[in-house]
Design a protein around this ligand. Sequence first.
Ligand SMILES: Nc1ncnc2c1ncn2[C@@H]1O[C@H](COP(=O)(O)OP(=O)(O)O)[C@@H](O)[C@H]1O
Ligand SMILES: [Mg+2]
Length: 248
Amino acid sequence: MEKTIGIVSGKGGVGKTTFVTNVGLSLIEFEKDVIVVDADLSTSNLGLQLGFYQFPLGLQDVLEGNVPITNAIYTHPSGLKVIPASISLNYLNKVPTPYRLKSLLNDLRGLILIDSPPGLRDDGLLVLKASDEILVVTNPEIPAVTDALKVIKVAREMGKEPMGIVLNRVRDKYELKPKEIEGMCDVPVIGTVPEDKNVKRSMFEKSPIVKHKPYSPASLAFRKIAANMIGQEHIPPRFPRLKRIFGG
Ligand SMILES: Nc1ncnc2c1ncn2[C@@H]1O[C@H](COP(=O)(O)OP(=O)(O)O)[C@@H](O)[C@H]1O
Ligand SMILES: [Mg+2]
């Protein structure tokens, strides 16, 4: 096993699943061996973002102990490995035992990104416990950052210092600045992703933004973060605006 990074947040809807999808795909472009795992067990949609609408086995089946984890790995055309979670409501009231996810993931090879539910209920704690590293996603707004702080505090109580914060949906001057957020949380901001209408458009087209609009501002940001995460030099493409005009 290489490393397991839990992508967490306090508030919901800040962009965790979008991050895991697009950073996962970007890491594949850097020829990394990557597995993305959907541990948002009750409101799972990582599979959907990657175009897996129907699959026989999901993470819930593995956690229930019925099947080996390798049977729930699917491969995206890009080469990205995906362990999706079922969107069925049948699993709603079943909370898996905390350390089971960690021991299951120990058997896998490559860099593992875990998508998670928001907050600090049992299923959120599961991801904090199963991850070697924690990356916090937030929007640059006071309610989202306040909730992120709670997750950071709980992670620290578990002896896990978050490796960084990603600011997603960065828009205008009426929001917190990276330095302010670093000051509030005492965690470095390792990347920022702008608000980008192509995220929604790509979802509609059923193709993640880094594939659908590779030169759009959010795609460039996701690729840059992916490069930073693996210590790879990131060379931004030349003339991205021009490339966008011609359909990229
Ligand atoms: N950078 C962005 N620009 C515009 N919309 C975004 C961006 N990131 C995420 N979104 C939108 O925000 C919503 C929530 O994103 P999602 O990844 O599902 O959040 P979470 O997994 O944290 O609940 C989705 O509708 C998604 O399309
Ligand atoms: Mg999500």
